[in-house]
Design a protein around this ligand. Structure first.
Ligand code: UN1
Length: 517
């Protein structure tokens, strides 16, 4: 175990042995293959994690079902009280957990801490919800009858994450627990340590409250472990965050057994800058959208459409901030650019940059990995230069514009009028996030209206990434369906029934049907 990881874990009061158990269902275990957690910044092995064996997967599912049978009868406000304690426990370790995220995922310090803050916020939100997950009373057409719409806990919920933003689980976990479900969390195999730390913190709270630990279980493992749970009809709801390719398989598999699914898949997010935009605001915001988390958020800005009148000036200003950027250890306060998460991510970046070169794009910034000379202090080869490019083709149906590339590459094009920019924005398969920069209220109306942006998140003078938890989060088209976090998202985590109650002395049929004998 690396000493940096061990220090953080000990600050979290989590003793670690050489091989760490990566499965929790009320007890910690892991008799399956051992996987290594690797620091993307230095390449050092942080820990060796024992993942789930097939028998343990089976047991975890059975334990989750038992836990659900218990937890569904705990009153919702009491479940909220437990979430409040989880919130407190996480907040108390905000800095340490943030550091662990930086270490294992590669997010810079402020974003690592921000990710924990997002977890704390969503717990607060779920505490409130626990007293507000109300059904309705509907007017009946029959005398002496009432119709109630009743939400009840749904069952076992698998939160399946294929990407490294491990705390994305918070949006699912907090709402699901408030709703009275048992959850199983299957994190990306590359962020096992973070998920073990969070599960431990939650498990302690559950234990203090005499709630079965399998209410918030953890299963680490490869895609076979994920597939086994996805296929199980013992799991009522799967929320999946990851690629379109895997999302299609998950969606289809769950549909075939009539389970429920929430999919949060690819993003190919646009920023559109109008000539009347406040550039002093737009430049740094778009810079953050494209570079934040080294361009590895689903919400990262990937396409930049600039109005002809401001295009040159905008690109000039953007180039300046790009050139001031330096790679560094994510745990250093001054670092704004950490590594990409894996060797695979480096490969995706290099392939995309090569494609830009092959197709004669103008590369205004970046365009290569950092060389050993750029990297000091033990930084490894996972650092890539954020790239700003003006592709030759502005045809939105070209593969370059159609595909999500999970790396810090921002492609720009120049448009003539807002209609054209909206057409380009909507011309891709994905539909997660988009943002318009303008001070003209007429543009705003068009942008958010029926002929405007078709994404699930539609912003004005706010970047594509960094959504608050209060708003429903999710996309349209190939980004998948369902919403997480705020809005009406909680309604997906409960089982709805329409209950008609007759409190009269007659039994009339609906629609006036006469069936008298
Ligand atoms: C993601 O990468 O899928 O809006 C989500 C944001 C964050 C969530 C990132 N609140 O950027």
């Amino acid at each position: 175990l690396s000493s940096r990881a061990a220090n953080i874990m000990s600050a979290l009061d989590i003793p670690l042995s050489t091989d760490v158990c990566g499965v929790y269902d009320g007890e910690w275990k892991g008799a399956g293959p051992v996987v290594e957690s690797v620091c993307p910044t230095t390449g050092e092995v942080l820990a060796r994690v024992k993942t789930a064996s097939p028998a343990e997967l089976h047991a975890a599912l059975a334990k989750a079902r038992e836990a659900y049978a218990f937890f569904r009868n705990v009153p919702a406000p009491r479940r909220g009280e437990i979430l409040r304690q989880i919130r407190e426990a996480l907040a108390a370790k905000r800095t340490e957990l943030g550091a662990l995220i930086s270490l294992e995922m590669g997010k810079i310090k402020t974003e690592g801490i921000g990710e924990v803050q997002e977890f704390v916020d969503i717990c607060d939100y779920a505490v409130g919800l626990s007293r507000m997950m109300n059904g309705r009373v509907v007017a009946s057409e029959r005398p002496g009858h009432s119709i109630l719409e009743v939400p009840n806990p749904l069952g076992v919920h698998l939160a399946l994450l294929f990407i490294k933003h491990f705390l994305l689980v918070s949006r699912n976990l907090a709402l699901s627990l408030a709703a009275g479900n048992a959850t199983i969390w299957k994190p990306s195999p590359t962020t096992s340590l973070c998920s073990i730390a969070v599960t431990t913190i939650i498990a302690r709270v559950l234990e203090q409250n005499r709630i079965p630990g399998a209410v918030a279980g953890l299963v680490t493992g490869d895609q076979h472990a994920g597939a086994a749970i996805v296929e199980s009809s013992d799991v009522e709801l799967i929320s999946f965050t990851g690629s379109e390719r895997t999302g299609r398989i998950v969606g289809k598999t769950v549909q075939m057994r009539f389970g429920k699914v929430i999919l949060e898949l690819g993003g190919n997010n646009t920023a559109i800058v109008m000539p009347d935009a406040d550039l002093a605001m737009a430049v740094p915001s778009i810079f953050f959208g494209a570079i934040g988390t080294a361009g590895q958020r689903c919400t990262s800005t990937r396409r930049l459409y600039l109005h002809r009148k401001i295009a040159d000036e905008f690109l000039d200003r953007l180039q300046k901030v790009y050139s001031a950027l330096k790679p560094g250890d994510p745990l250093d306060n001054a670092t704004l650019l950490g590594p990409v998460h894996s060797a695979a991510a480096v490969g995706i970046y290099e392939k995309a940059v090569q494609h830009l070169r092959d197709t004669d794009a103008q590369i205004l910034a970046g365009g290569a990995r950092y060389t050993a000379a750029d990297l000091s202090g033990g930084l490894n080869g996972y650092f890539v230069q954020p790239t700003l490019a003006v592709p030759k083709s502005i045809n939105p149906s070209d593969a370059l514009w159609q595909t999500e590339c999970f790396a810090p590459i921002l492609n720009c094009a120049v448009f003539e009028d807002l209609q054209e920019a909206i057409r380009w924005n909507n011309a891709v398969p994905q539909g997660l996030s988009s943002s318009l920069w303008t001070r003209d209220v007429r543009n705003v109306g068009t942008w958010i209206g029926p002929s405007g942006s078709d994404t699930g998140i539609v912003n004005v003078n706010v970047g594509t990434s960094g959504a608050e938890i209060g708003a429903a989060f999710g996309g349209n088209k190939s980004t998948g369906w369902g919403r997480e976090s705020g809005g009406d998202a909680w309604k997906q985590y409960v089982r709805w029934s329409a209950c008609t109650i007759n409190f009269s002395d007659a039994a009339p049929l609906a629609q006036g049907v006469d069936f008298s004998v």
